[in-house]
Design a protein around this ligand. Structure first.
Ligand code: DAH
Length: 343
């Protein structure tokens, strides 16, 4: 073999032996076999300048060298990779006798959210859209637009929190303000629900809290009657408490509906016989509702001669308390972990 080639081979083989990592081997391979500047690649390219005789012997020698180097690299690669596995096996060994590490506590959904999402699913399945509304509302949408003008006695029952220096802003006392906002934005026909947080200035006790949840519903279309309202609320009642649940409606005044009704369902615990949950009446009040008042439709930019609507407000917090047997409403906003971890 040509002296230079002999030398190249020696140096190359000892470089392979000296390599300490797979990356170093890659570098060597590139140095010899690299397409553009590899040492062997260059020599191969030079063959074309030799006479046919010389080219034959030199070509054979170069090929042998190439094979020898490739084999040396492959062998060394095997050794290096094998020892990398061995190192990993040693350092990453799992000690199966080690006691379990303390479990990291992962949060979960609040009972309010669980009930709210269940209702959202039910209403979307019936073609309702789900809207969000502002919790800090204008006095106009919270009261005036809902046929509750200033000085109307209905404002007394819904005292809330006002913002200093902003006489016209209130923490919304119900989700109903979204009725007029949605009518103004989308026009008729409409089918929507608005779940969300509401606020009232209450002297708190087991049944009253300054922060609670409602779910508002609104349908506007032509030929809407009270039977549509009852049909939808019966579907809600059956979804919540089973197919045998009955709904009872009785007249009740709300300024933004005419007629207004209050809706009760047969008690899920005693099926109407009377027990402690329904206070022996057999019925549970879970919503207020009615046919949308013409004044409210007008505020929403909808012609009451052409369209009618029904609206309802479900007390989500009340549903949560009934569902889980919670007897003190204040627990829900308390942030008390021993309470929350039960859900
Ligand atoms: N907004 C009422 C409340 O908080 C509940 C209600 C009653 C909503 C009748 C309605 C309705 O949409 O039609 O007491």
């Amino acid at each position: 073999m040509d002296k230079d080639l002999e030398n190249l081979k020696k140096q190359a083989l000892s470089a392979v032996q000296a390599a300490r990592s797979v990356a170093q081997l890659d570098e060597l391979e590139n140095k010899w076999f690299g397409r553009a500047h590899g040492e062997l690649t260059q020599l191969m390219k030079g063959l074309k300048d030799l006479s046919p005789e010389e080219r034959k012997t030199a070509g054979e020698e170069l090929n042998h060298l190439k094979v020898a180097l490739s084999e040396a690299v492959a062998e060394k690669r095997g050794v290096l990779e094998g020892s990398a596995w061995a190192v990993a096996a040693e350092t990453e060994r799992v000690d199966i006798t080690q006691p379990a590490l303390p479990k990291k506590s992962v949060g979960h959904l609040h009972p309010n959210t669980l009930v709210q999402r269940d209702l959202e699913d039910l209403f979307t399945s019936m073609g309702f859209m789900v809207l969000d509304g502002p919790e800090l509302e204008s006095d106009y949408y919270n009261f005036t637009a809902l046929n509750i003008p200033e000085n109307h006695p209905a404002r007394d029952m819904q005292d809330t929190f006002y913002v200093k220096g902003h006489k016209n802003w209130v923490m919304r006392t119900h989700t109903s303000p979204m009725q007029v906002r949605a009518m103004q934005k989308f026009g008729a026909p409409l089918r929507l629900v608005v779940p969300g947080k509401c606020f009232r200035n209450e002297a708190t006790d087991v049944r009253h809290e300054h922060t609670f949840y409602q779910l508002e519903g609104l349908v506007v279309d032509t030929h809407i009657t009270l039977s549509h309202l009852k049909g939808v609320l019966e579907a809600v009642a059956r979804h919540l408490y089973g197919p045998a649940t009955k709904v009872r409606v009785r007249p009740k005044f709300y300024p933004f509906v005419e007629p207004g009704i209050n809706g009760e369902v047969t008690c899920f615990l005693c099926s109407g016989k009377g027990c402690r949950v329904c206070k022996c009446s057999g019925w549970l009040e879970i919503f207020g509702a009615g046919l949308v008042h013409p004044h409210v439709l007008k505020e929403g930019g909808i012609d009451p001669a052409q369209y009618q609507g029904f609206a309802f407000g479900l007390g989500v917090t009340r549903l949560v308390m009934l569902k889980y047997g919670i007897d003190d409403i204040r627990l829900l906003e308390s942030g008390d972990m021993s309470f929350l971890e039960q859900f």
